[in-house]
Design a protein. Structure first.
Length: 346
């Protein structure tokens, strides 16, 4: 199979989108852009298409797939009910980077929902992808378009690296705006529970209802409540250790690695810290410390950078957990295999 890359030039894409829609409707796979990361799309109502998604990614089949719709009006066809709070959240944040977990109708096969009685649904912001969903005439199951466990792709080129020859096409709409996957939430006991933090922050959700972060640690053999909760994600090729906490001491600790010769160290750091590293240090500058939007946008690119520029170990600089920092540190925690070192002030 030759994977075709299709750019979203307006006149060309208008003609091509109906062909892509038929591919999806007939059970094929097409990668699509969103404001968060690129998704690997298949017909969410087709068990075989969902199996193909799991196979292409090497993804465990009990890890649920997010279902993408082109508008909030479509949701009622796939869920048993929509609560008033869920409707308010859809009205406020859709189209956008918020995924809501609903009790599912039987039309959503268990292969799509990872065996759960619930389904995670969102309406992406990207206009080309909403047009693709409309052309397909079916909702799209769409996890991130990468090999399972690797950093999520934020460009069509990164998708091509992992999926060339495995899927029919990639819709290329340039780099993703946010760069981290959507926030996933559920409603439990009239409060919002965040299963995965993202661009819609705890602070934003708290204005609608009491909001908490799910702290459950899943036991072996149990099912995740939502996509992305159970398995290690985002891992770069080299081991990653992340330092966070007191800024001055974090920088001091990171600089100690520049004096060691036992390994080749790479640095995933802020612009401010990079200025203090010796010339020639292998590094990826992922933004200014105070610009969390930039940190989020560049995080996965930074992790993928060290796959293309191999080192023995990556030393990362984290951020705080406020606002978008919660989502950033969630991804860094998983990418590092929980190797987070909190450096405290004396």
């Amino acid at each position: 199979m030759i994977t075709e890359i299709i750019k979203t030039d307006e006149s060309y894409y208008v003609k091509k989108v109906f062909e892509l829609g038929k591919i999806l409707r007939d059970g094929g796979l097409v990668a699509f852009p969103t404001e968060t990361v690129y998704g690997l799309g298949g017909n969410a109502l087709d068990s075989d298409a969902s199996r193909k998604i799991y196979a292409a990614k090497g993804r465990p089949s009990d890890n649920p797939l997010i279902v993408h719709v082109s508008s909030s009006e479509e949701v009622i066809h796939y869920v048993k009910e929509i609560s008033p709070l869920e409707q308010k959240l859809m009205d406020a944040f859709w189209p956008g980077p918020l995924t809501i977990v609903f009790p599912k109708e039987d039309i959503i096969p268990s292969e799509t929902s990872g065996g759960l009685s619930t389904v995670a649904i969102r309406c992406p912001e990207n206009k080309a992808t909403r047009a693709l969903i409309k052309a397909a005439g079916v909702p799209l199951a769409g996890p991130s378009a990468n090999i399972s466990g690797r950093p999520s792709p934020t460009t069509a080129e990164a998708v091509f690296h992992d999926m060339n020859g495995k899927i029919q096409a990639i819709v290329d709409d340039g780099p993703c705006r946010i760069g981290l996957e959507s926030t996933i939430i559920g409603i439990e006991n009239n409060q919002i529970v965040i299963y995965r933090p993202g661009g819609i922050t705890l602070e934003m959700l708290s204005s609608f209802a009491p909001t908490v972060v799910d702290q459950a640690i899943l036991e072996a053999g149990s099912h995740p409540k939502a996509p992305g909760m159970k398995y290690r994600h985002y891992a770069p090729a080299a081991p990653l250790t992340v330092y966070t906490g007191n800024q001055e001491k974090v920088v001091r600790k990171i600089l100690t690695y520049t004096t060691l010769s036992d390994k080749k160290y790479g640095f995933l750091v802020s612009r401010e810290t990079a200025e203090k590293l010796p010339d020639g240090s292998p590094l990826f500058i992922w933004g200014s410390r105070d610009d969390k939007e930039s940190l989020a946008h560049n995080l996965f690119n930074g992790l993928l950078y060290f796959n293309e520029h191999p080192v023995d170990q990556i030393i990362g600089e984290g951020t705080d957990y406020k606002g978008l920092g919660l989502a950033i540190m969630n991804r860094m925690t998983k990418a590092s295999g929980y190797h987070i070192v909190v450096v405290k002030k004396d």
